[in-house]
Design a protein around this ligand. Structure first.
Ligand code: SF4
Ligand code: SF4
Length: 254
């Protein structure tokens, strides 16, 4: 099976949450409101093996395991554009955009052979998948693979930091396991959100104070943007508590 795809730069996929590599999250700490997003996958799920390799594996009380993606994320409501999206719907940081955006629509947390379904545009997206678009996927392989391989490599390189964070959080907030187990039972799956400041603390990032100083105004900006919209209460609460933690971290001398 072969598939074609061309991005027409409609900007429609530049809304809502944007998963980042650890390096990109820190690089854009002055731009994106960041959070750590945990997405559990149950044993037997299609992506279980890949997720347990790139994320963490958690043992449940019933002796089963959960594979969990733990991803630094630009935590943006689905109705909000990425702060880097310009008025003409083009990316304002195109030449230096995050690895996730360069690899779109492919997704390196999934086995390469299962990438085909990601090439079907979502409703409202203007991606060109016609016969005149370039061939991008053939014989269960990605044709132009440089970005995919680079992002996958970054994800592999950051595994020790992600596992260290998982160990830290499970030690100090053991109730997280129950939250993940509960979310994993939802028919469409779900996520648990923790703060970037907990990640900075867990991995003892040497520039934690500076990153916190960059994040603080960004989070405060999103506190304001979400204050008057009841449907965004969950995001608003995260920005509020995240800003509070960042304020503490920003003021800490190392
Ligand atoms: S960084 Fe650029 S390409 Fe990526 S989501 Fe934002 S606007 Fe879109
Ligand atoms: S929705 Fe498709 S065409 Fe529009 S910016 Fe995203 S990848 Fe490009």
């Amino acid at each position: 099976m072969t598939q074609r795809f061309h991005c027409t730069a409609c900007g429609k996929c530049c809304y809502g949450q944007l998963p980042l590599t650890v390096n990109d999250a820190f690089k854009y700490a002055d731009r994106f409101p960041l959070a750590m997003v945990w997405t559990p996958v149950r044993q037997g799920g299609k992506d279980f093996t890949m997720v347990s390799q790139l994320g963490a594996t958690i043992k449940l009380a019933n002796r089963k395991e959960l594979a969990v993606l733990i991803v630094p994320t630009a935590y943006i409501p689905p109705s909000f554009p990425c702060p880097a999206l310009a008025a003409d719907n083009l990316c304002g940081i195109h030449t230096d955009k995050p690895a996730r955006c360069r690899t779109m629509p492919f997704y390196p947390y999934r086995d390469e052979q299962f990438q085909a379904e990601l090439l079907t545009p979502q409703p409202g997206w203007a991606c060109d998948t016609s016969e005149s678009a370039p061939l991008v996927f053939a014989d269960k392989k990605i044709v132009f693979r440089e970005d995919f391989d680079a992002e996958r490599q970054e994800l592999e390189d950051q595994i020790p930091q992600i596992r260290r964070y998982a160990d830290y959080m499970l030690k100090y907030t053991p109730q997280l396991v129950d939250s993940l187990a509960k979310v994993s039972l939802k028919p469409k799956g779900g996520q648990v959100v923790t703060s970037l400041s907990s990640f900075l603390t867990a991995i003892r990032h040497p520039n934690a104070q500076q990153i916190a100083q960059q994040q603080l105004p960004v989070l405060n900006g999103y506190v304001e943007k979400t204050a008057s919209e009841p449907s965004l209460a969950e995001f608003h609460c995260h920005y509020l508590s995240g800003a509070k933690e960042m304020q503490y971290l920003a003021g800490q001398a190392r």
